[in-house]
Design a protein around this ligand. Structure first.
Ligand SMILES: Nc1nc2c(ncn2[C@@H]2O[C@H](COP(=O)(O)OP(=O)(O)O)[C@@H](O)[C@H]2O)c(=O)[nH]1
Ligand SMILES: [Mg+2]
Length: 249
């Protein structure tokens, strides 16, 4: 039986430099392991050639959606998930990945194997034995370590250690249930905390199973600087865990 169609979302803001090597690596993975793979690049009002590069890649399995102005990672995820759900069959799969060329497309095959052990969400995790990381600034490393411990303590999800990584594989049916249940309130965050919010919301649905695969994070390949506003993200994340734990979501 052929594997179910998999739509990979790439939220992209000013990723013109990172996209060519990333799209080439995705094409290789598609040819070698995942023939059902298609890509949606969500260009979020980039000021560089992000959209042009996605367009020029001109493969029928790459689709470009553009925001006319920069609306932030959360809005890009809302747009991307809604577009992917429109076409996903009941057994379809939806993945997301940073567009900064620090995540490795070939790990998708490993994530799919893991999903097929009976899971609904698989996270490429910096906290699984075997995970590797190159080029992470110490303050970012510290931030993700603290965040992982905080969530394991205050908002634990069985088998989840990496709550904030954007590289994930979901069953479309899981995202559809969340979209049906919360509608416009599925993703309420504005910034990077949306990634954690997606996971927390999914954990409130009954019978979903989560898992992780070890990630090989190549932050050293990322051109330019991180777009994460660290202090804003810390504030948003603390407010999120507070609402989830003590204020009923
Ligand atoms: N759509 C959209 N994506 C963004 C924005 N800021 C960052 N991103 C994307 O979100 C992902 C994560 O950002 P990145 O700089 O890689 O964060 P880091 O890896 O945590 O340092 C990348 O794919 C970015 O292109 C934004 O304002 N809008
Ligand atoms: Mg990144």
């Amino acid at each position: 039986m052929p594997p179910p169609p998999l739509t990979l979302l790439l939220p992209a803001y000013n990723e013109a430099e990172a996209l060519p090597p990333l799209l080439a690596a995705i094409a290789e993975t598609r040819a070698n392991a995942l023939p059902g793979l298609s890509v949606i690049v969500v260009d979020d009002g980039s000021k560089d050639n992000t959209a042009q590069i996605a367009r020029e890649f001109s493969q029928d399995w790459v689709k470009l959606i553009q925001h006319s102005r920069n609306m932030g990672l959360a809005q890009a995820m809302r747009t991307g998930i809604a577009a992917a759900l429109e076409t996903a069959p009941p057994d379809g799969l939806i993945a997301s990945m940073d567009a900064d060329n620090s995540h490795q497309p070939r790990e998708l095959a490993l994530m799919l194997d893991k999903l097929n052990t009976g899971l609904d969400v698989v996270i490429a995790s910096r906290f699984q034995p075997g995970a590797k990381m190159q080029g992470i600034p110490p303050h970012r490393q510290l931030f993700s370590n603290v965040l992982s411990l905080l969530f394991q303590l205050l908002a634990p999800i069985p088998n989840v250690r990496d709550f904030s990584c954007g590289y994930r594989l979901y069953r479309a049916s899981a995202l559809r249930r969340a979209a049906d249940r919360w509608g416009d309130r599925f993703i309420t965050e504005q910034g990077f905390a949306c990634m954690t919010e997606i996971l927390l919301k999914l954990s409130l649905l009954s019978d979903l199973k989560f898992g992780e695969t070890p990630m090989d994070l190549r932050y050293d390949r990322k051109p330019g600087v991180s777009k994460m506003k660290v202090w804003q993200n810390i504030k948003d994340t603390l407010a999120l865990v507070w609402r989830h734990r003590w204020a009923g979501g």
